[in-house]
Design a protein around this ligand. Sequence first.
Ligand code: GLY
Length: 454
Amino acid sequence: MKVLVYGSGGRDHCLADKYADSQHIEKVYFSPGNPGVLHTAKGREERKLIELVRLKDFGAVADFCADQDVDLVDVGSENPLEEGLIDLLNARGVRTVGPRMEYVKLESDRAFADDLLRQIGVGKPEYQIFDDPEEAKKYILNIGYQVVVKANGLAAGKGAIVCDEVADAIAAIERIMIKKAFGESGNRVVIEERKYGTEISFFVYLDGEHVLPLKMFAQDYKPAFDPDDKASIERFGGNLNTGGTGCYCPHKLVSPWLVNRIIKEIVNPTVNAIYNGLGWKYKGVLYFGLNLDPYDNLDVFELNVRHGDPEWEVLARKLSTDLFEIGTAVWEGTLDQISQVWNNQHYMDVIAMEGRSKASRGWNKGYPGRYGKGHRITGLDQIERGIAVYFAGVDEDPKKGLVTYGGRVLHLVAGDSTLEGARDKAYRNIRKLSFVDHNNNGATCLRFRHTIGA
Ligand code: GLY
């Protein structure tokens, strides 16, 4: 069988890698992909099976699928889904994993998803929706409790600003609605009660009729900096949210009773609303961003229409079920016949990010602020066997080889029989890597968080 994974980030590289593990697979095409896949630390087998196809244009992808007899296309990220890649491929007779364009509003329109969840009585923090920044500010001045200000549309995981004080919330409204930090996605904001507790990323596969809840969940670390890194937090004007800086699984709270509770209280009513209320034949992944607070309230922060990044990178390593069988069942409507199997390892993903680097004039602050590019990535040959490296923001330079090209550059995923063991391995190995800052005497500008899984 031949699969094409459409995407270019770490989650997409990991999807390609996971399909390549399938017993059914002859070839995995990764498009538009990233050149990191050819340098993976996981081994030669994967390189043989995965072929980089640098097609971005949806029509060209459909032509390629027809020419190569591709059996299944899996679309990893929200942007191509929102732009209608699934609709186009289906119209051309290609079998896919991923929701149609119309259904992406569960992620790309927070107000729509929040209203849906409120209607069906699923646990949610209090929220209000605003199109007018002045009205939003008036609301903040009156409610008294802490909030999170969220851009309504897609914002690469950075659109939620967690606020301590009223002044932070006012600044967040200005940043999103007036300065348009996330473009048109900030024309509308959702202002949500700030919750405390433990974040849980929970995933289900849907096939238009059945639901396959993954009975294993992960914990993502969204803030850019470790809580004790006061200097960075001050320099950036707060501990900004990112798409994720690292992740581990199993989440410390994984237990049959909590999985059952999430399915009963959150998943089933939501899926029922999607299938029967909205009448949608949703096929793909649905991601529930949840919070369990100290008083045992389970709340939904957000819905996403794809796997989490970096959550998928750890879940995929732990999942023993053949991904091609899941993907095929999504398309064929036979998810009820899939049994999920998880190995007994713990996994940790630490993300190597672009840190502070020297620009031609002054300094780049580093991700999630302005970051430099083109820094040579060294040390990959030192990574211990069995550790996976999934690439995200990378490019290939004819002279330097693999270089940085984004804020989140690569994921290093280590597994062990204990979380502590996985953590030690991940941190021991990430220290072998360097992003060479050619403008700063070759010092490394690689940055990572030190408290993932702690
Ligand atoms: N890790 C959070 C996300 O994928 O949105």
